[in-house]
Design a protein around this ligand. Structure first.
Ligand SMILES: [Zn+2]
Length: 154
């Protein structure tokens, strides 16, 4: 594993343990070149998945991208990291069990929205407002209104 700091190819595993939900292995590594420490995760990948974007570009599925958008939507909402990890793991499992090697980015976006909807309404609106790229403020208000209504039904 190459060091992300100095690009040296020799790094040593210092510690290796399963994460709390036992779906991945977390390894602490140290670079033999510059001494920097960093963490890597080993996760099950059932198949190679390609994400098809709306402009028809294709890129390999990257869990980190979902993690980033979920983290951004949930910023300062006081939600435990563990719950965010569970959410992302759940989405990854859904994608892997679809059985398709190509998944539209739109479908992933919908899964994230669904997951956030159940988790936190503010995070949901944040994500949806970016994801759906509202062109008119009215649309967004209408949408936020729907979210509020949905909340009352609980
Ligand atoms: Zn290094």
């Amino acid at each position: 594993m190459r060091c992300p700091f100095c690009a040296c190819d020799n790094t040593q595993v210092k510690d290796s343990r399963p994460t709390e939900d036992n779906t991945s292995i977390r390894r602490r590594r140290q670079c033999e070149g510059c001494g920097a420490r960093f963490t890597t995760f080993e996760r099950v990948q059932l198949r190679e998945i390609t994400v098809v974007k709306s402009n028809d570009q294709r890129e390999p599925f990257d869990r980190a991208k979902i993690e980033q958008s979920v983290a951004l939507a949930c910023r300062k909402r006081g939600i435990a990291q563990e719950r965010l990890d569970q959410l992302v793991s759940g989405i990854q499992r859904q994608i892997e069990t679809l059985g398709d090697s190509e998944v539209p980015s739109k479908a992933i976006g919908e899964m994230v929205m669904e997951g956030l909807h159940a988790l936190d309404s503010v995070a949901y609106i944040r994500f949806a407002s970016v994801y759906r790229d509202f062109s008119e403020a009215r649309d967004f208000e209408e949408f936020a209104g729907n979210v509020r209504d949905a909340g009352h039904k609980k």
